[in-house]
Design a protein around this ligand. Structure first.
Ligand SMILES: [Fe+2]
Ligand SMILES: [Fe+2]
Length: 214
């Protein structure tokens, strides 16, 4: 059962989202890491979804959620790039060694960049607790963890996410949207994320004509 939203849920296209600029120094600190595995597309889009999820769940510590989603996949920059698709997106990809590796490196990067930007040890630990296992741990540990997990998935429902991820998994856009509905929607932990996913999926399928380009 998904967590009911306590505030109105914004399901409008994410491209229209306007965020605040308080985390600009942190974005600047991870420019190099943003170049791996299209993080410079994935991280900002998932970040925008995370901000909307925080609005729907005001009890969450929004700064922890925003910083954790911003950093969660930076570790891809420190793994063997040639293995990202060959091992990270095929077979039982959630259990591939490279998945655990990118999580560990992501925690290292958080510990490297956050203290210099004024975040204390307790905050850094709350962030790394979420990054550690974000793909490989089957259960969420907290509300903040759940919002990060859902934001990490929501970007895939946009035309941009479908374009990139369908290529990673060697699927057509239509095949990939079917997988989103069958496999990814049931994994979502919050009702707000389900509403956002369904709205985006309907828009993306219509735009990409997946009923024709099957
Ligand atoms: Fe990841
Ligand atoms: Fe991710």
């Amino acid at each position: 059962m998904t967590l009911p939203a306590l505030s109105p849920v914004d399901t409008s296209p994410i491209a229209a989202a306007a965020g605040c600029d308080d985390l600009d120094p942190l974005w600047r600190a991870i420019v190099t890491e943003s170049r791996a595995r299209s993080n410079d597309i994935h991280l900002p889009i998932s970040f925008a979804f995370a901000e909307r999820l925080c609005d729907a769940y005001p009890a969450a510590d929004a700064l922890v959620v925003r910083v954790a989603i911003l950093l969660h996949d930076t570790g891809w920059a420190r793994v063997d790039e040639s293995k990202i698709v060959s091992e990270g997106f095929t077979g039982d990809w959630r259990k591939a060694d490279i998945r655990f590796e990118h999580e560990r490196h992501g925690c290292d990067i958080a510990r490297e960049v956050l203290p210099g930007l004024g975040y204390d040890e307790d905050f850094v630990t709350r962030v790394t607790d979420i990054i550690d296992g974000h793909d490989t741990r089957p259960v969420s540990r907290s509300l903040e963890d759940s919002l990060v997990r859902d934001a990490d998935r929501l970007w895939r429902f946009t035309p941009t996410g479908i374009a990139l991820a369908s290529g990673w998994f060697s699927l057509t856009p239509a095949e990939y949207t079917r997988r989103l509905r069958l496999e990814i929607v049931p994994e979502l932990l919050t009702d707000a994320a389900v509403q956002m996913a369904e709205a985006d999926l309907a828009r993306s399928e219509a735009l990409l004509k997946t009923d024709l380009l099957t």
